[in-house]
Design a protein. Structure first.
Length: 241
C-alpha cells in the first residue's frame, strides 16, 4: 500500500455533451486517485476522453454526475470562483498549443500566474529567472511567442505551469507539435522536476515515446479506464493494478 498522500480523486465520474440523438458520452464512470509525486500518463485513441478527463480534474469543466475531490474539497459544491482560485493556487496546465499570450513576452507569460497570486515583483523575477536558467530559456525572456520556436514556446508554457510550485500539473498532448528531440528534452525536464521537487504530473498523450518516463500508465477506451499499470521503473515489470 502506498504511503503517498492523495491529492485528488474521482468517483464514478460521468461527462455527457449534448442531448437526445446528439448525446456524446465522453466519460462513462471514471474512478481514480492521484497521489503526490505521481508521474502518470493517460493513453488511448482520439475521442476516448483523455482531454475531457484532464479538464474535469483541473476544474475547467463540470461533471454530469459523480464526484471529484481535490485536497478533500468536493468540486461539486464549489462555485466557479472557488474553482478558479484552486486552479490558480494549486494546479498548473500545459496545453498542446501552448496557449501563450501573444502580447506578452516570454518572461511576462511565465510570471503571469504569480502576478495574479499577488507575489511581489522582485520575488516574481527571482523565481522566473531561476527557472529560465534551469530550462535553457536564459536570454529569451524578452522575446514574444512569435519569435520563439515551438520547443521554446512549450518550455515557456511549462515554466508558467510550474513556477508557482503547484501540487499538480496537467499536460495535454504536449509533444504533439514538437519534434522528437525536443519532446525528449521536455519530458526529461519534467521528469527532473518530478524527482527533485515532487511535482505531480498527469499527461494525456498519443505518443508511445512518453511511456518510458511514466511511473504509471492509464489506458482509456470509450470513456472508461481499460487498464492501469505501474511502470518498469516502479515495479521491475509492468503490473496491472
Amino acid at each position: 500500500m502506498s504511503s503517498k498522500r492523495e491529492i485528488a480523486s474521482l468517483h464514478k465520474v460521468v461527462k455527457n455533451y449534448g442531448e437526445g440523438k446528439v448525446l456524446t458520452k465522453a466519460l462513462r464512470g471514471i474512478s481514480m486517485k492521484i497521489l503526490e509525486g505521481d508521474f502518470s500518463v493517460m493513453m488511448g485513441p482520439s475521442g476516448c476522453g483523455k482531454s475531457t478527463l484532464l479538464n474535469i480534474i483541473g476544474g475547467l469543466d463540470r461533471t454530469t454526475s459523480g464526484e471529484v475531490k481535490f485536497n478533500d474539497e468536493n468540486f461539486n459544491t464549489l462555485s466557479n470562483k472557488a474553482l478558479s482560485l484552486i486552479r490558480r493556487q494549486h494546479i498548473g496546465f500545459v496545453f498542446q498549443n501552448y496557449n501563450l499570450l501573444p502580447v506578452l513576452n516570454a518572461y511576462e507569460n511565465a510570471e503571469y500566474v504569480l502576478m495574479l497570486q499577488g507575489v511581489a515583483p522582485a520575488k516574481r523575477r527571482e523565481k522566473v529567472m531561476h527557472l529560465f536558467q534551469e530550462m535553457g530559456l536564459d536570454g529569451l525572456e524578452n522575446r514574444y511567442p512569435r519569435e520563439l520556436s515551438g520547443g521554446q514556446q512549450q518550455r515557456v508554457a511549462i515554466a508558467r505551469a510550474v513556477v508557482t510550485e503547484p501540487q499538480l500539473v496537467l499536460a495535454d498532448e504536449i509533444t504533439a507539435n514538437v519534434d522528437s528531440e525536443t519532446a525528449q528534452s521536455l519530458l526529461e525536464l519534467m521528469a527532473t522536476l518530478n524527482k527533485n521537487n515532487s511535482t505531480t504530473f498527469l499527461f494525456s498523450t498519443h505518443d508511445p515515446a512518453v511511456i518510458k518516463f511514466a511511473k504509471k500508465i492509464i489506458i482509456l477506451k470509450d470513456g472508461i479506464i481499460h487498464s492501469e499499470k505501474a511502470s518498469i521503473e516502479e515495479t521491475g515489470q509492468f503490473a496491472h493494478r
